[in-house]
Design a protein around this ligand. Structure first.
Ligand SMILES: *[C@@H]1O[C@H](CO)[C@@H](O)[C@H](O)[C@H]1NC(C)=O
Ligand SMILES: *[C@@H]1O[C@H](CO)[C@@H](O)[C@H](O)[C@H]1NC(C)=O
Ligand SMILES: *[C@@H]1O[C@H](CO)[C@@H](O)[C@H](O)[C@H]1NC(C)=O
Length: 192
């Protein structure tokens, strides 16, 4: 994919990993079209998923947290309007961000929060913030609000999880599934 448009990639990457709470300003529109950027977040998500796999007490959230459905039916996806795909990804991203922030708050509140778990949750919070900026820069909101699509959009399918392990599995699946599919197609549309 078009690396040529991002000559200063290392610098841009370092700009993305700003401390939490700072908005990523002036994100170049096509930065996310460099596949290395998304792959980096996917790797982080997989690492978090790995670390929390089989983790019991420490990963119990003691609460049901709402997350988006990450299953993708490729046949149905291809037949969806672009606007509907954008809405699913954008709403999914928002819901997942809320869920991870909730997980972060619950973890911080536990009697002996594990440093490793906190690190992975913090990375996920930061990753979701960056991905939100990157997709906004790519124009996802414009694609998501086309009125005819908004009216016909199916309500977002959701369910709940009660452990960090399940939460990270959703995070990882969402990035590798709907988000990656949408991004790949949106980057090709932007090429035309
Ligand atoms: C996850 O764990 C498996 C088995 O322990 C390992 O092979 C794989 O490389 C790990 N993946 C990541 C992204 O850490
Ligand atoms: C989560 O929801 C399930 C099903 O509604 C319920 O059985 C369970 O007690 C809830 N867990 C917590 C921690 O609230
Ligand atoms: C943190 O724990 C306190 C005391 O158990 C509780 O009152 C508070 O609601 C908890 N906060 C969160 C974010 O769960």
């Amino acid at each position: 994919m078009g690396v040529r448009e991002c000559p200063a990639l290392p610098l841009l990457l370092s700009l993305l990993f700003l401390p939490l709470g700072l908005p990523v300003l002036g994100t170049p529109a096509r930065l996310i079209c460099d596949s290395r950027v998304l792959e980096r977040y996917i790797l982080e998500a997989k690492e978090a998923e790995n670390v929390t796999m089989g983790c019991a007490d420490d990963c119990n959230l003691h609460e049901n947290v709402t997350v988006p459905d990450t299953k993708v039916n490729f046949y149905a996806w291809r037949r969806m309007e672009v606007g509907q795909q954008a809405i699913e990804v954008w709403q999914g991203l928002a819901l997942l961000s809320e869920a991870i922030l909730r997980g972060q708050a619950l973890l911080a509140n536990s009697s002996q929060p594990s440093d490793t778990l906190q690190l992975h949750v913090d990375k996920a919070v930061s990753g979701l913030r960056s991905l939100t900026s990157l997709l906004r820069a790519l124009g996802i909101q414009k694609e998501a609000i086309s009125p005819s699509d908004a009216a016909s959009a199916a309500p977002l399918r959701i369910f709940t999880v009660d452990t960090l392990g399940k939460l990270f599995r959703i995070y990882s699946n969402f990035l590798r599934g709907k988000l990656k599919l949408y991004t790949g197609e949106a980057c090709r549309r932007a090429d035309r």
